[in-house]
Design a binder for this molecule. Structure first.
Ligand code: SF4
Ligand code: SF4
Ligand SMILES: [Zn+2]
Length: 550
């Protein structure tokens, strides 16, 4: 069974092998030391409750208020939805229901395109099923079919859609699929079941196929495609089929966030295993990913904000940052400084950066997708120039740097997939070096007494670099570096990841950052002054003090 949404362009960075494995649902994997799948009973999908609510409204005629109540309520399988998720769902529902296409009615079954083969093909398969993600609608006579795809963001504009493989694959299913019921996620290996009583109109081939994206942030709609079945067939042959065939046969592994709910996680040859990274021994919790960013969302950042479990949970759910509060000019400047340096290194490997390689800070400048606003331009340019002092290529023993790499290990003692996104990794002779680069515009920054606690990314790097599991080679001379770029200079701090004292401190920092999160099942909001800078405040609904008493 294959949903073309796996081909979406925004899935870059996802694991291709996981997609193939999901499509080839009949493949039985040998049992591993841990269960293959330990789902979190709380939903991890920010549009999941919206779909449940719309099912009740559109298929059972339930009033929106009651439908919302039911889809947020606890059931035998799941706890009550987080209040923040409920607030977002209510908002998204209103936006979704604002518009619609006159004359089209909701369709309560799924369109599934089944291909049966006389004999097994080179994958050993005799049956293929293709389905689509989105909400199906059709005219009463079946001449028009429309797939509406809700998204938790603003629409991306009318970018050229012509060769989008996911659109081509989805349109093929909308045009030629037949009414079926899909198995639930726990029975995904079973066949979709035909719906014999769907009616004549539902079974006829449409004359027109539409795919429309609906923004649940502002109710905007954008028709991505409106074509006849013949046009859809041609589009599919040119763009959909090749991509789909490649996806089903994919063999490339990309460990990362996808490992959280991949059934191959306990045995996957590409995923490194390292018990004890977090210092937690508890296999009872759902398998989840964790990064230092998650830890800081939960625990807070020393001297900057306080801890809040709901903040971590709502960010993990990727509720939209409606007012773009997280992307402050300072944050954009930081990204641009990193990207500028990265582009320099990639364009001229082996050649040390010089101060005059920095951008002209007298006006706004860009690096990658980041454009530094005028008022931050000079500061950012001076930070780029400051990097020259400790550019790794100043060392004749450094030939190559790699930016924005992700180190992933499965902590099998906590059953957590630990994800560390690095700023830069490079090899100095035979040593691996992990470098974290920070920008700091403060005129008189306070002394950092406990660098690992101030910068917990370094603590995690110490734990990962101090063992050959994560890096996969000799680590006897590995080191961790912190480069701080300021408008008037740069500082480099070097940390030995094999020093027992350093390792003990790093372990404590990482444990303090992860232990409460790991045990937490409620993710309650903890309001305070830190809410002022929290981009989730728009959805957050802390319980009133009365409600928490007694
Ligand atoms: S465990 Fe991770 S890397 Fe391995 S197949 Fe699954 S998602 Fe891919
Ligand atoms: S607004 Fe405040 S209470 Fe709500 S998630 Fe953010 S920090 Fe927590
Ligand atoms: Zn450099």
């Amino acid at each position: 069974m294959f949903a073309g949404s796996f081909l979406r362009p925004d899935r870059r960075g996802g694991c291709a092998y996981k997609g193939a494995l999901k499509a080839r649902a009949g493949i039985r994997l040998a049992p591993g030391p841990l269960p293959s799948y330990k789902a979190d009973p709380r939903t991890g999908f920010n549009l999941g409750p919206l779909g449940d609510t719309l099912d009740l409204i559109e298929y059972e005629g339930i009033e929106p208020e009651e439908a919302l109540r039911r889809s947020m309520a606890a059931t035998r399988e799941r706890p009550e939805a987080d209040p923040g998720l409920a607030a977002w769902t209510r908002f998204a529902l209103e936006r979704y229901l604002e518009g619609g296409t006159p004359g089209l009615l909701p369709v309560s079954h799924s369109w599934v395109l089944v291909t049966r083969l006389g004999k097994p093909d080179n994958r050993g398969a005799r049956r293929y099923e293709q389905c689509v993600w989105g909400r199906p609608y059709a005219s009463a006579d079946g001449r028009v079919r429309e797939l509406r795809v809700p998204v938790a963001r603003e629409l991306l504009g009318a970018a050229a859609q012509a060769d989008r493989a996911d659109l081509a694959a989805a349109a093929q299913v909308v045009a030629f699929g037949e009414p079926h019921r899909l198995p639930d996620r726990f029975h995904w290996h079973e066949n979709a079941r035909p719906v014999p009583d769907a009616g004549e109109a539902a079974r006829r081939q449409p004359e027109e196929v539409r795919i429309t994206e609906v923004s649940c942030l502002d109710g905007q709609r954008h028709e991505l495609l409106r074509e006849s079945p013949e046009e859809v067939r041609r589009r599919y042959a040119a763009h959909g089929l090749p991509a789909l065939a490649a996806a089903v046969s994919a063999s490339a592994f990309t460990p990362g966030h996808d490992c959280e709910d991949c059934k191959y996680t306990p045995r996957c040859p590409a995923l490194k295993r390292l018990g004890g990274v977090l210092g937690i021994e508890d296999l009872t919790r759902p398998r989840r990913t964790w990064s230092v960013t998650n830890g800081r969302s939960y625990v807070g950042r020393p001297g900057r904000d306080e801890g809040c479990p709901a903040r971590e949970r709502l960010r993990r759910l990727r509720l939209p940052d409606r007012e773009a509060r997280a992307l402050t000019p300072q944050v954009i400047r930081g990204h641009a400084v990193h990207t500028w340096i990265q582009e320099r290194h990639e364009a001229r490997p082996g050649i040390a950066c010089r101060p005059d390689d920095a951008p002209d800070g007298r006006s706004s400048w860009s690096a990658g997708r980041w454009t530094v606003p005028r008022e931050q331009a000079d500061l950012g340019a001076r930070m780029v120039a400051a990097h020259a002092r400790h550019c790794p290529y100043k060392l004749s023993t450094v030939a190559e740097t790699a930016h924005e790499q992700t180190l992933v290990v499965h902590d099998t003692a906590a059953d957590v997939v630990v994800v560390a996104k690095t700023d830069m990794i490079y090899r100095d002779g035979s040593s691996w070096v992990y470098r974290e680069t920070k920008t700091d515009a403060r005129r008189n920054p306070p002394q950092e007494d406990d660098i690992l606690r101030e910068r917990p990314q370094l603590a995690l790097a110490v734990l990962l670099l101090g063992t050959s599991t994560a890096i996969g080679e000799d680590i006897s001379t590995a080191r961790v570096e912190l480069e701080v770029l300021r408008p008037h200079g740069a500082r480099l701090t070097v940390i030995d990841p094999l020093d027992p004292e350093v390792r003990a401190s790093a372990r404590q920092v990482v444990l303090d950052l992860s232990a409460d999160w790991h045990a937490d099942t409620t993710a309650l909001a903890r309001p305070g002054p830190h809410c002022q800078s929290c981009e989730m405040a728009v959805w957050c609904r802390p319980a009133s003090p009365d409600a928490t008493e007694g």
